[in-house]
Design a protein around this ligand. Sequence first.
Ligand SMILES: [Zn+2]
Length: 392
Amino acid sequence: MTLEIPDANDAVPCPLCGDHEGAVVGEKGRFGMPVRNVCCATCATVYVSPRPTAAAMAEYYRSTYRKHYGAVGYIGPDGQRAAPGDSGYEAALQQWHGPQADNALLLGETRKGASVLEVGCRHGRTLELMRERRGILPFGIEPGETEAEEARRAGIDCFTGALEDYEPGSRRFDQIQWFHVLEHVHEPLQALLKLRRLLEPEGRMIIEVPNVYEPYGSLEGNFFQNVHLVSYSPRTLPALLRRAGFEPTRVVDGGALFVVARLNPHVSAAELPLPYSPALLGESADDTSWVATRLGNYANLEQLAELCRAGRAPEELAPMVLRCLRFPAFTSHLLDVCALFVERLVARGQLDPAIAVLLAVVNGPHPAEVRAEFRTFAGRLGALPEQLAAAG
Ligand SMILES: [Zn+2]
């Protein structure tokens, strides 16, 4: 089967600040495709450039995307992947959309009878469950014709097409939500500006996207994808929302990234979009080298972790890990993979190398609480008092 993959020949500026300079943090994406991810020199947003044009991508989504990435499937309660028509599909669908509906109701503090717009609602299952659980009035925007039709069959009022093409008239919503959609959007600032006009004055918007500070799987073999045009962080997504006249009220940063926002009452439509300024990133902005270094180290640590999980840990595991631990890492990933490395080394009877890994974290450029935890761990594993005294 030959797949028509659009060429990435459109070099674009940073979607948050408009700068053209940046550090390359990835040259490949899922399926080994050439996908160049850049970390902006000014605001540290990670985005794809060059990329295919919006028209080429729209055609790709219409004709090829599902063949390329596989049919829409869900992981069921039994851990098995289930596609439409499989016996476990209904249970798997429920397992994914049930918690998503609960999250939306919780984060949105959705009242009974609220009007809720979901951008990219697919078959409408989340909206359907929210209607069952809270009596909402659902509305969906869905470019996929088959899925929009499925949503309508479930009784969900649905516009078939892209957000840009939707003409709302005077219609306004109490809640707007999108789950894993914004990262696919070519002009996210324009999309947010449009949605701002669709939100009731007291309304809320909920966005869920992959979190670039918590990648999953191999960085270039799984996390980076040709369809994920921007990889947002807990700093950059709130900043983009602020430019579009929103006020982020909650950022939930664990695994995926959730941001809840309402309209900023202090800016008028005429001022929008607000110009970029570093203050939009908040007090604890992370600079380009902070992000780029951690992404590079994530890729190296994850590669070693994958070998360990596959039972193919290299003989020289400990020295390879020690080299990585001299550099900063994303904390939750560091905790996960170091536990794995130590377990494998101990299982091989390599107690001293296991202790060396723990002490390398204690001595490395890692957060104080992580270093303290690993210090305790090293003591329990039998690190000598003088080793602990010498460590950080
Ligand atoms: Zn930027």
